[in-house]
Design a protein around this ligand. Structure first.
Ligand code: SAM
Length: 329
């Protein structure tokens, strides 16, 4: 394989209880939105089987995502199954945190190691507006504290959108510093076809960094490994404490991406912006052996040549792309 396959994102549902305008705008994701029918969604056992094959092919980092993964029935059992897969792999989850206070203890006991919690604002009004449902940040903060209390490693993701929440950057950074949590500020991306993305709404990471530099002294940290997506900076007054930026629009990093995504209906995507996935479910349900499935996955990965973000300005982003809630963020 040209690029190593190291990182697998596993989407366990295409549904979410939030309606963030940049991801699942309420006007589009209403009552009548055609979510995946239950029969199309992989069972927990099917997800675990495919995941074990990915691990056999060299995947070291597993991340459960969605939609909102905590909406999936049996999620703790799935964590248990994934933690049991032989070999050494890191097991993480990305969640909006709204139900985390209830599940943190069980998830940790089942073998989850790390959790990334999405929180775009601390100001209640901004948070309520952004999640599109009026939910307050309090439950998410409770979820963060429960995760810390039960020994999960925690990071926080904040998507920053111009004119919406760039005034939250300093408060969010202070929140992270106070709790010893790494914050990741994410440039607003042109995922899917429904968020009405405009380049003018992107706050480039250099601007976010400048905002923080007015308050804190920061020094760039060298990447931990090839393909690390975040640009990381350490706080000079708090050794060991850092903040990061995901610059996928202003400084795309496709070239050494080693990440695959498995949608909840068993499609393998080699790029967040790929127009189509590769169907693994049919072979799986037709009784393909471990080796046959491993061969299918390895051939798909070998054939990848996607680097959407690096070509974004040339192709104009005109082709339809899968929604992030479906493909798994
Ligand atoms: N529901 C979970 C959550 O909220 O973290 C997991 C799925 S969500 C799609 C995963 C991550 O993708 C979240 O941190 C979210 O903020 C981010 N995301 C979604 N749409 C995005 C966009 N257009 N640009 C940048 N990040 C986005």
């Amino acid at each position: 394989m040209q690029r190593p396959l190291r990182d697998l994102r596993i989407s366990v549902t295409d549904r979410c209880n939030y309606r963030c305008g940049y991801c699942m705008p309420a006007e589009v994701f209403g009552e009548d939105y055609p979510y995946l029918p239950k029969a199309e969604i992989l069972s927990l056992e099917e997800i675990a089987r495919l995941t074990s094959i990915f691990c056999g092919l060299g995947v070291e980092k597993l991340r459960i995502t969605g939609g909102e993964p905590l909406l999936r029935r049996g999620l703790v059992d799935l964590v248990d199954m994934l933690a049991e897969i032989p070999g050494k792999h890191d097991l993480a989850m990305t969640t909006n945190g709204s139900a985390l206070a209830r599940y943190a203890k069980k998830l940790k006991a089942a073998g989850l190691q790390r959790v990334t919690i999405s929180m775009d604002a601390l100001d209640p009004e901004t948070f309520e507006r952004m999640n599109g449902t009026g939910a307050s940040p309090d439950r998410v903060i409770e979820g963060i504290d429960a995760a810390l209390e039960h020994g999960l490693k925690v990071k926080i993701n904040s998507v920053i959108q111009r004119g919406v929440n760039e005034d939250q950057i300093v408060d969010l950074a202070a929140f992270g510093r106070k709790r010893g949590i790494t914050m990741r500020f994410i440039e607003y991306m042109d995922t899917g076809n429904t968020n009405g993305w405009k380049l003018g709404e992107v706050v480039p990471y250099t601007e976010m960094l400048d905002t923080l530099l007015h308050h804190y002294s920061l020094e760039e940290i060298k990447p931990n490994y090839v393909g690390e997506t975040a640009k990381r900076f350490g706080y000079q007054d708090l050794p060991g404490q850092e903040v990061g930026f995901i610059s996928s629009v202003s400084k795309p990093f496709c070239g050494d991406c080693n990440r695959a995504r498995l949608s909840s209906d068993g499609q393998l995507f080699t790029c967040l912006f790929a127009q189509h996935g590769h169907d693994l479910k049919t072979a799986l349900r037709d009784g393909a052996t471990y080796d046959q499935l491993a061969h299918i996955i390895a051939s798909i990965w070998r054939g990848r040549d996607d680097r959407y973000s690096e070509l974004r300005s040339k192709n104009g982003g005109a082709k339809p792309k899968p929604e992030m809630s479906y493909i798994g963020g």
